[in-house]
Write a protein of this length. Structure first.
Length: 150
C-alpha cells in the first residue's frame, strides 16, 4: 500500500480508532472510533461531561484532560490506536561544529550545519552541545497493545 498519510489515518474508521491532540488553550480532543451503539456512553465513562458528536466533521469531541484515560481504554477495547499530535523535531549540533573550518565533522548533525556559522537560532548548552527545535508539524503514531502485537 505505500506510505500512510495523516489524512488517510483520519479518514479510516473501520477498525482502528484515531485521536487528534492539538495545542492551544481550550483545544478539545477530536477522535474517531469504530461505530458501536454505546460509543457516547463508553466515551463518557460515568463522567459529568457528555462527549459531543460533531456531525459535520464525523468525529467526537472530548476534553483534553481525558487523553490518557481515552488512550488506555481505547487500547483495551480495540487493541490499536492512532495518535495524531503536534511535533517538533529537535536538532542537535555544537558551536564548534558550526564554526569549524575544513570538512571533517564528528558532530551528531553529521555535517549538515558544519562550518555554516551561527544564525542565532541555536541554544548553546555547552561548548560541545547546542540544540534548536524545528518547525511545527503533525506526527502520527500507531500504538498497539502487547497482547495484539504479532
Amino acid at each position: 500500500m505505500g506510505k500512510l498519510t495523516i489524512e488517510y489515518v483520519w479518514r479510516q474508521q473501520k477498525d482502528i480508532p484515531v485521536i487528534l491532540r492539538r495545542t492551544g488553550k481550550g483545544q478539545m480532543l477530536r477522535l474517531r472510533i469504530p461505530y458501536a451503539d454505546d460509543n457516547r456512553r463508553w466515551l463518557q465513562n460515568d463522567r459529568r461531561t457528555i462527549p459531543a458528536w460533531l456531525a459535520s466533521k464525523h468525529c467526537w469531541k472530548i476534553p483534553k484532560s481525558w487523553f490518557d484515560d481515552f488512550v488506555d481504554r481505547a487500547l483495551g477495547r480495540f487493541g490499536k490506536l492512532y495518535v495524531v499530535q503536534p511535533y517538533r523535531e529537535q536538532e542537535k549540533c555544537a558551536h564548534q561544529c558550526r564554526n569549524a573550518k575544513g570538512h571533517e565533522c564528528q558532530c551528531s548533525c553529521m555535517g549538515q550545519y558544519h562550518g555554516q556559522g551561527d544564525d542565532g537560532s541555536w541554544f548553546d548548552v555547552t561548548d560541545t552541545f547546542s540544540t534548536r527545535w524545528g518547525e511545527r508539524s503533525v506526527a502520527c503514531r500507531l500504538m498497539i497493545t502487547r497482547a495484539s502485537s504479532p
